[in-house]
Design a protein around this ligand. Structure first.
Ligand code: AMP
Ligand code: MN
Ligand code: MN
Ligand code: MN
Length: 285
């Protein structure tokens, strides 16, 4: 275990995707929480990471947190929306720039479809309102639609927005444009990064199916999986640790922090990673 990176958080979000804090505020919180190594992993873009680098250049005290590049790619696997985190890529490489453009186009196209479907159900003018909550049309996602539905009074809260309209299997769950896991892993690896399977237990798969997912992920070049997160029991981490070992994957730790409106995912406060498997951050020492 590395002594240098003692409080590692390799999964969190900013206003560049669906997080509440601007990258500068996120870094301030990371300093306060004594996070030593941080990856900002916004959904499908690195705008927040780039803004964080600027914040560090302007505010020297923010350099107490070591930043590595990060992203959380949306993919689809057997009809499930699977997330693949990329760490340590050269975000200016031609391959990576193309990947971000691909995902931005997919988000724009998906948002139009979501808006059309909601309109057909008697909810017009949602798109503009959703867009007003997103960093740009390239970064628009379902949480921004959830905010718009709440503002319009169609639902009373976030959970209801997902349960009724946007969650898995509902009309706003448009995911046909997401790439395969293999594609996302290739984007990451071709840009010099490490591909990490995000929050394996969030997909609510059977053990057999999850094993198949991890098997495929490792065969296409995935190198790590998230093992330590917030809101997990010791048994859950043990189960993930066993899977990581079985497939020769490195282990990651991340809070998936989005903001204090979701206090259960708290920056820098994921469970400590159990011993017994190599942490992915040894690659960044
Ligand atoms: P998108 O990337 O646009 O498909 O949006 C997915 C994001 O929506 C996730 O990363 C979560 O932050 C959020 N999300 C997904 N499901 C729910 C849910 N049931 N309730 C609240 N937020 C959710
Ligand atoms: Mn999110
Ligand atoms: Mn995710
Ligand atoms: Mn996330």
């Amino acid at each position: 275990m590395s002594i240098r990176f003692t409080n590692v958080d390799l999964h969190c979000h900013t206003t560049a995707s669906d997080g509440k804090l601007h990258p500068q505020q996120l870094l301030e919180l990371a300093v306060e929480r004594e996070v030593t190594l941080l990856a900002i992993t916004d959904h499908d873009n690195t705008l927040g990471y780039r803004q964080a680098l600027i914040a560090q250049a302007l505010q020297p005290e923010l350099n107490q947190v070591e930043l590595i590049s990060g992203i959380e790619f949306s993919t689809q696997w057997r009809g499930v929306n699977v997330h693949v985190v990329g760490l340590g890529m050269d975000i200016n490489s031609a391959q990576f720039v193309a990947a971000e453009q691909h995902q931005a186009a997919a988000r724009r196209e998906r948002a139009e479809k979501i808006a059309q479907r909601l309109e057909k159900k008697g909810m017009p003018d949602i798109y503009e309102l959703a867009l007003s909550h997103a960093a740009s049309a390239d970064a628009i996602g379902r949480p921004h639609f959830a905010m718009a539905l709440i503002e319009k009074g169609y639902v009373s809260n976030f959970d209801m927005a997902f349960n009724k309209w946007l969650g898995a299997g509902k009309i706003g769950d448009v995911k046909v444009m997401w790439p395969t896991i293999e594609m996302a892993v290739q984007w990451i690896v071709a840009s010099g990064g490490v591909a990490v399977l995000a929050h394996p237990l969030k997909y609510k798969m059977t053990r057999t199916k999850l094993t198949e997912l991890i098997n495929e992920f490792s065969h296409v070049g995935g190198a790590a999986m998230e093992v330590a997160s917030c809101q997990q029991t010791s048994d859950e981490q043990r189960y993930l640790l066993k899977l990581a070992k079985q497939f020769g994957l490195l282990a990651s730790r991340g809070s998936d922090y989005h903001g204090d409106h979701m206090p259960w995912n708290s920056l820098g406060r994921a469970n400590p990673l159990h011993a017994g498997v190599e942490p992915v951050w040894t690659l960044f020492n």
